[in-house]
Design a binder for this molecule. Sequence first.
Ligand code: CA2
Length: 145
Amino acid sequence: MPKTIYILNGPNLNMLGKREPGIYGGKTLDEIGTDCRAAAAKHGLEVDFRQSSHEGDLVNWIHEAGEKAAGVIINPGAYGHTSIALHDAIRAVNPLPVIEVHLSNIHARESFRHVSMIAPVAIGMICGFGPIGYNLALEALAARI
Ligand code: CA2
């Protein structure tokens, strides 16, 4: 049975490819999901790729990943800067490896994006490389699990 990686995407990321291509690039979230499935297959991994703009969905999916997944890649969107609930959910599934991804370089943007509630409970964080960040995270997880 191939191991499954949950790739979770937070609020507004369903808008990718439709607006603000200057910041987030021209790919849609569906296209990123397709690329992730192909990249994961090269490592013998399966991907369960999801998006929700509701914080509670993301919390529930992290709990579910604790039962069913070998690791999690999460682009928490703006919740990454604010959500103690996501921080606590990741702590609750420890030692499940979680990697935080952001398409943009959050440190080169507004100061409110410089803080991450996820980074302290993730095994690592990748930002600023656009959709390639998801591939880099898959590579890192594949090496880890
Ligand atoms: O760079 C990232 O991946 C972010 O997680 C994206 C979030 C932002 O709040 C984080 O600070 C960094 C925003 C996602 C919004 O996506 C849109 C895409 C197209 C049009 C409008 C919003």
